[in-house]
Design a protein around this ligand. Structure first.
Ligand code: SF4
Ligand code: SF4
Length: 172
């Protein structure tokens, strides 16, 4: 014979049915946090953005930047590895020829469509030249038009720094 434990259901009363006690309890918790926040400023969960900004973590993948050579030109050799690895197909590159025979190519056009980019960082991982990075510490600011969501060579180079890669595959 199976032993069944019978659970007594609480009988609803007027006070439990109108939830007054629970509503007052909830308002008490909200009031406690409200007054604690305005008097002590402790344990606040909101950030007063944009006046207050939190520092991004070191591995934050922000706005792309194109890295430079010593002469200030783009380190990129237009090999299309980043564009091939990009799952969103948002990188457009047009290769141009450089005069130096040991460099050969440069990106005449290097464009990222930020309406499509998912900030995965695959392009950075795929680059064999330390030519593209996402460690700019800046997030992409939303724009009002589709055209403004495109970032080209000039914007990306402006954020760039000196690449660590050296000609011949050496790294400093
Ligand atoms: S971060 Fe990802 S989605 Fe954005 S350009 Fe790079 S590979 Fe493409
Ligand atoms: S950024 Fe790097 S992977 Fe992309 S085309 Fe330039 S050199 Fe190649």
């Amino acid at each position: 014979m199976v032993k069944v434990k019978v659970i007594e259901r609480p009988v609803p009363t007027v006070s439990t049915e109108i939830y007054l006690k629970e509503v007052l309890k909830g308002m008490g918790v909200s009031a406690k946090h409200f007054f604690q926040g305005i008097t002590t400023q402790k344990n606040l969960v909101t950030t007063q953005y944009p006046e207050e900004k939190r520092p991004y973590p070191k591995r934050f993948r922000g706005h792309h930047r194109l890295m430079k050579r010593e002469d200030g030109s783009a380190r990129c050799v237009a090999c299309y590895m980043c564009a091939t690895a990009c799952p969103s197909h948002c990188i457009t590159i047009e290769a141009g020829e450089r005069e130096e025979p040991y460099i050969q190519k440069y990106p005449r056009k290097f464009e990222i469509d930020y309406l499509k980019c998912v900030f995965c960082g695959f392009c950075v991982d795929a680059c064999p030249q330390d030519a593209i990075r996402m460690d700019s510490d800046k997030h992409r600011i939303p724009a009002y038009t589709r055209q403004d969501e495109m970032a080209g060579n000039i914007d990306l180079l402006k954020l760039g720094g000196l690449s660590q890669a050296r000609q011949g595959g050496k790294w400093s």
